[in-house]
Design a protein around this ligand. Structure first.
Ligand SMILES: Cc1cc2nc3c(=O)[nH]c(=O)nc-3n(C[C@H](O)[C@H](O)[C@H](O)COP(=O)(O)OP(=O)(O)OC[C@H]3O[C@@H](n4cnc5c(N)ncnc54)[C@H](O)[C@@H]3O)c2cc1C
Length: 532
């Protein structure tokens, strides 16, 4: 049968989450994915024989507790947490380790600054309070400003708890901090470059700009709120990689009756009399449904899948204004053993990994270092001293690599979409050499351990994974692309301009990261509309 209650275009984790909720509510759901596997930017692929590589995203701690509970994911997915949240080796051979345990972190920070060690718990307390409200806001459907309905206010009830916790006095503090550069708020609390670099790195992780940019305090708070561990980032891995998580979401959806077809790229959304009524596949097959949901990014949805004549000039202008901008290369290394970091006195030589190597390794020794790495990208170049976020997933999950071997996955930040000189096809290996050499300054045996290397350039992220301009979040996570303006003003309530058409991906509020929140919120709105 070719007709469904809902067709979802894309089996990224958000599309799968929406499918799960709709199928659970008894809807006949079909998911169509262009690639040969589900997960979108959250997949496990055997890039090297015998290795299970989280090819794009590898940090899994953002996934919403509601989604985990409602789709019963915890009994099918094994998450292995790291007791270290960030390991930040320094150029002078020292290191800073941020633990989950505040008391341990305070001891670490005291080696860099006694004053910072005193400030740390106060900073964590403030950020956690502010982040609680930011995270709760993520679950609210943005209001269609300026028209706020009674339903909107009812939907915002979820903010009352975190709002009360924050207290009236701190609301002005939240409004002050949100648009600030992360660097400014960090400078208020800390003096040590190492401490500020380690904490502030996360403000720039998913965006294309540096921590001196306005609004990076918001990106830091969002990550703080989503990480669910009371700290600025999550740390840990999913056993089997991110694909195992998406496979579990897919199983939950099919368990509720959804059908998923891979290798099924959608060519267009069929609109009749102003209403979305179906899709046409690239194979020529046509399918119909009462509701069409796009997990593709807003540029693809509005510009490619829809006939622009079905949209007004204003919408097309808003879509053209969405800032994407790629921001990172992804480099995977198959290693014959464990890298030994100078600052850990070579620990790991016996094959036993120190706790730091199970955590994200941040090459971000100061805010200035991060900002300088960003500077180059403004002019179409990459830095000779790049800001790196590195994970060795095989330390926590030995199944990521064959016995005795290790997998290292690196996000090398500030890679511009368009290069001033040359093209990414040749330059990606040049940048990857710089990245390896940079890491080797901290872990000198790295080079000799590398058996295979796989580099995904910004255009590769676009062409293989469908991320426009290689942007991780279907659109920059900046304040003018936030809440009622995400993906575009007037279309921020998961409903596209066309009746029967919805959006459920990272381009929607609250944005990217493997949180499942856009997918969850979209399903809620779709179900609400279908009850009317
Ligand atoms: C380098 C990098 C590192 C990252 N690291 C992390 C991290 O560590 N932790 C984290 O939480 N987040 C991370 N992210 C961000 C995160 O991966 C994304 O924000 C998130 O996966 C987006 O999920 P989604 O379901 O909304 O979209 P996607 O995962 O992009 O899924 C969209 C799906 O739609 C499909 N599709 C598109 N068009 C069509 C069509 N016409 N027909 C059929 N199917 C179609 C695509 O193939 C894709 O499967 C990272 C991103 C990048 C680029």
């Amino acid at each position: 049968m070719n007709s469904y209650d809902a067709i979802i275009i894309g089996a990224g984790h958000n599309g799968l989450v929406t499918a799960g909720y709709l199928a659970k509510a008894g809807r006949r759901v079909l998911v169509l994915e262009r690639r040969g596997l589900v997960g979108g930017a959250a997949t496990t692929e055997e890039i090297f024989s015998g290795f299970r590589v989280s090819s794009v995203a590898d940090g899994s701690g953002y996934l919403s507790a509601d989604v985990r509970r409602d789709l019963k994911l915890d009994s099918h997915v094994e998450r292995i947490d790291s007791e270290v949240v960030a390991f930040s080796p320094q150029p002078d051979g020292s290191h800073l380790t941020i633990y989950r345990d505040t008391a341990k972190t305070i001891q670490e920070i005291a080696r860099f600054s006694k004053a910072d060690a005193e400030s740390y718990p106060k900073f964590v307390e403030l950020m956690q309070a502010l982040a609680g409200l930011v995270a709760a806001l993520g679950h609210v459907t943005p209001m269609a400003l300026p028209e706020v309905t009674f339903g909107d206010l009812r939907g915002a009830v979820g903010l009352l708890g975190p709002g009360r916790k924050l207290g009236r006095k701190r609301i002005p503090e939240l409004l002050r901090v949100l648009p600030m550069p992360a660097a400014d708020i960090l400078n208020e609390y800390f003096e040590s470059p190492a401490v500020k670099g380690a904490i502030g790195a996360n403000s720039s992780m998913g965006v294309s700009f540096g921590p001196q940019e306005s609004g990076t305090a918001y990106t830091m708070l969002l990550s703080w709120g989503l990480s669910g561990n009371g700290l600025f980032r999550s740390a840990g891995v999913i056993k089997g990689g991110m694909g195992a998580l998406c496979d579990a979401i897919a199983s939950a959806a099919t368990g509720f009756g959804a059908e998923i077809r891979t290798d099924a790229p959608v060519a267009s959304i069929t609109v009749e009399d102003g209403r979305a009524i179906g899709v046409k596949l690239e194979s020529g097959v046509e399918l119909t449904a009462n509701t069409i949901v796009s997990n593709a990014d807003p540029r693809t949805t509005f510009n490619r899948l829809l006939d622009p004549r079905t949209l007004g000039k204003k919408i097309l202008q808003h879509v053209a204004n969405i800032k994407f901008k790629g921001s990172g290369l992804r480099i995977h290394l198959a290693l014959s053993g464990l890298p030994q970091f100078t600052s850990l006195a070579g620990a790991g030589a016996d094959g036993v990994a120190p706790v730091q190597l199970g955590a994200p390794i941040q090459i971000a020794p100061s805010l200035d270092y991060i900002e300088r790495a960003y500077d180059h990208s403004k002019y179409g170049r990459f830095s000779d001293s790049p800001f790196l976020d590195v994970l060795i997933p095989s330390v926590l999950d030995p199944s990521a690599a064959p016995a005795g071997q290790h997998l290292m996955s690196i996000t090398a930040k500030y890679a511009p979409y368009e290069l001033a000189d040359g093209d990414w096809e040749t330059q990606k290996e040049v940048f990857a050499d710089i990245v390896v050499n940079t890491l080797a300054e901290y872990a000198p045996n790295l080079r000799e351990l590398i058996e295979q290397r796989h580099v995904l350039s910004v255009p590769d992220l676009e062409s293989i994974y469908g991320l426009p301009e290689g942007n991780p979040n279907h659109g920059e996570m900046i304040l003018n692309q936030f809440f009622h303006m995400r993906p575009i003003p007037g279309n921020a309530r998961y409903r596209a301009q066309i009746e029967g058409l919805y959006l459920c991906g990272a381009g929607c509020h609250p944005g990217g990261g493997v949180s499942g929140v856009p997918g969850h919120n979209a399903a809620r709105e779709i179900l609400k509309d279908s009850k009317k």
